[in-house]
Ligand binder design. Structure first.
Ligand SMILES: [Zn+2]
Length: 68
């Protein structure tokens, strides 16, 4: 017989897909794109997810302002 039972993917929803931390009944988590992300990792996940949208507030030390 080959690997019977223990499907590795079986309980993936009970585990944070980022930190692999186990999620217990009652624990809050976010279901993002089919993956479970615990609260602690949400910030990290969001930051990576929205990395392309990251902007910095202009101002401060601007000298040579480009003319559009
Ligand atoms: Zn996590």
């Amino acid at each position: 017989m080959r690997a019977k039972g223990r499907n590795f993917q079986a309980s993936r929803e009970e585990r944070c897909s980022l930190c692999r931390g186990e999620l217990y009944p009652g624990d809050p988590y976010f279901q993002l794109e089919g993956r479970a992300v615990c609260e602690d990792c949400l910030g990290r996940y969001a930051r990576r997810y929205f990395a392309a949208q990251l902007r910095r507030v202009r101002g401060g030390g601007i000298r040579g302002v480009d003319t559009v």
